[in-house]
Design a protein. Sequence first.
Length: 457
Amino acid sequence: MQVWKEYQLQNKDRFLDELLELLRIPSVSADSKYKSDVARCAEAVKEHLLAAGADTAEVCPTAGHPIVYGEKMVDPSLPTVLVYGHYDVQPADPLNLWHSGPFEPVIKDGKIYARGACDDKGQMYMHIKALETMAKTNSLPCNVKVMIEGEEEVGSVNLGKFLEDNKERLKADIVLVSDTSMISMETPSIESGLRGLAYMEVEVTGPNRDLHSGVYGGAVANPATILCKMIASLHDENNHITVKGFYDKVAELSAAERAAINNAPFDIEEYKKDLGVSEVWGEKGYTTLERTGIRPTLEVNGIWGGYTGEGAKTVLPSKAYAKISMRLVPHQVSDEISDLFKTHFESIAPAGVTVKVTAHHGGEPVVTPTDSPAYKAAAKAIETTFGKDPIPTRGGGSIPIIALFERTLGLKTVLLGFGLDNDNIHSPNEKYDVANFYKGIETIPYFHKYFAEGFNK
Ligand code: BES
Ligand code: MN
Ligand code: MN
């Protein structure tokens, strides 16, 4: 038994209590109303790093929300792991669908319910507790640098500059991130890729003011109707995306690679039942696992315009809007896809309306190697604590900064995630299983151990 096992057993209740305390801070990065809570959360993370045994930890201001950075250097000749995570969370609305307050964590049936429980406070905090375990038992086999940001959920807009400005300080041998999911506790897996993102907002304008729909309706283009038609045309009858040039750079996988992806255990009936849908939907010629892993997609994230309040108002709106995002796969480039979308969307606007398209944040797709010493260390760590070899999968989500770790710092990443797809991240009743939280704390020190052992081999 490792020396740290006993330490973890003795302190496990405190570890959980501390996480609950962190979950009580509403660190919503998207909403300026929470700016001081975000700052308070950064301070709390810094204090936790120091208490865990970090030599140094500080709250680094940025043009937006601060980044928390700390490190524990054992010996410069040892390898260095750079841990990345985020302490900011998504907005909690719609509030009425939560069974308990999003920032009043409760534990029910072995699950922690709160916004950020899984994404990413619960997972990020496992690293702080793993660091504490190794530091307090003098069993840290490598140097650990920890960078926890507060703007992941709003596109990490200021983290790129932080990487540029701190290249020396962030020097490491691998980036380790727990912000993804695994198939299940019975079938552990490691995501070996993430999709990129291009996020757009569109505005369709018709008449110069809202009009009486009886007096003018039927005689003037209704921007809400036009917007719906335009959006509907973005997928063809096979659910391929119609944006011109969209697929030009998409990497097609070999039959063997596709077979490997489809080999992962997946029960389509369970999937449909869990989501309450009678049928799945998507691009013809691809399975559900392919549609969410290796294929690019286009989704409407929000659409509005005209009267949406209580009761009825007979109005022909002057404007209608939508937020539309595209998930990207290698070798699509976020800015190029944004441009293609803009050109296409403007080109399909009928006479009688004007269209404005703006790009929000984006990010590039990444594929992490599965034959590297770091991946092997992660696989061995999982094997040690789960008793099973993990399966490599492709994740559907995006963590835009991962591509920048490679580009700016020259570092590869290992995605050692412990979430589950049905943890309701970004949804009401987000949860994280207490068992996953503890399993993460147990597994992470093995990653450090195996990574350090394999480093010079
Ligand atoms: N942790 C998620 C990404 C994720 C979730 C990856 C599940 C794999 C599995 C991250 O916090 C996130 O939500 N990212 C955003 C992108 C960001 C630019 C807002 C996303 O994927 O929508
Ligand atoms: Mn996350
Ligand atoms: Mn998220």
